[in-house]
Design a protein around this ligand. Structure first.
Ligand SMILES: NC(=O)c1ccc[n+]([C@@H]2O[C@H](COP(=O)([O-])OP(=O)(O)OC[C@H]3O[C@@H](n4cnc5c(N)ncnc54)[C@H](O)[C@@H]3O)[C@@H](O)[C@H]2O)c1
Length: 264
């Protein structure tokens, strides 16, 4: 029970395929108390209530682009926990241009702004709200989920690549401030392609998933293993890891060529 006595907020559990869903379950299994949140539109599916039951957790809706919603979420969470909390998972991503099938050479810039707001600026907004409300305990841990398209070109990932580059940069920059002031660590985990609603939204996802599977010596990292990594990052076993982009990808990020790809 490596999270015994810890308390945290988990964003982004949509259905039981969601990475955040698995993180929520694993955190509770390891002794944590959690609050679940997602965008009000995501509530309509009703799935999150099942998770809330399993985890014995309240659900507090928040559009992560709205400062008002975030303030409400953070202050209600503090009321629920009876004070400050220890960890936060940001597990949010959505591209309007990808959704609407726009090609990278014909992007709509209003939609691009929305993509950045939802997928990256929401991370800064969350941390700024936590900072202002002094909501996180000393030696707390904040995580965002990202993808290697922030560093390398994956053409079908489109403007999500820039969203992830921005997200990772916010982790480093806010990691400085939260680290200096409160010994709080901020990291991003760069996860393998995973079968979820967000993942499958990317064109050619199946081919892409199979390619990464063959390229990675360990194969693609499953969502539940990503959840285990998150648990370790929320635990006291990783207190001095901060401002890092941590690859959880079966070795994909350091491969150049894998002969397995040539086998028919
Ligand atoms: N699936 C993959 O292949 C993969 C790989 C690497 C990283 N990631 C990242 O993992 C994270 C979780 O995605 P997932 O794959 O579990 O998919 P998912 O679709 O289950 O989760 C995405 C979540 O973002 C939420 N969201 C969207 N707009 C929001 C808003 N305005 N406010 C609050 N929440 C909002 C959705 O409701 C959903 O719960 C994302 O950051 C994604 O980019 C996914």
């Amino acid at each position: 029970m490596i999270l015994k006595g810890k308390k945290g907020i988990i964003f982004g559990a949509l259905d039981d395929q969601s990475i955040a869903w698995k993180v929520a379950e694993r955190c509770v299994e390891e002794g944590a108390q959690i609050v679940l949140t997602n965008a009000p539109v995501a509530m309509r599916m009703g799935e999150i209530n099942k998770l809330a039951e399993i985890c014995n957790a309240p659900v507090i809706p928040a559009d992560a682009t709205s400062l008002e919603d975030l303030e409400n979420l953070v202050s209600k969470s503090m009321e629920h926990f009876g004070g400050q909390f220890d960890f936060v998972l940001h597990s949010i991503g959505m591209s309007v241009n990808v959704r609407k099938g726009k090609s990278y050479t014909d992007l709509n810039y209003d939609w691009m702004q929305t993509t950045f707001d939802v997928s990256a600026i929401s991370f800064h907004k969350t941390m700024q709200t936590i900072w202002k409300l002094d909501a996180i305990k000393d030696w707390g841990s904040i995580l965002g989920l990202t993808y290697i398209a922030a560093q390398r070109v994956f053409p079908d990932y489109s403007e999500m690549a820039e969203s992830k580059a921005l997200l990772e940069s916010f982790a480093r920059s806010f990691g400085y401030h939260l680290g200096t002031a409160k010994k709080v660590r901020v990291n991003t985990i760069s996860q393998s392609p995973t079968w979820t609603t967000a993942g499958q939204g990317i064109k050619g996802f199946e081919e892409f998933f199979n390619y990464a599977e063959k390229m990675s010596p360990l194969g693609n990292a499953p969502a539940v293993d990503c959840a285990n990594y998150c648990v370790s990052m929320f635990s006291d076993l990783t207190r001095f890891v901060t401002m890092q982009n941590l690859y959880h990808d079966g070795g994909f990020s350091n491969m150049g060529m894998n002969p397995a790809l040539l086998e028919k």
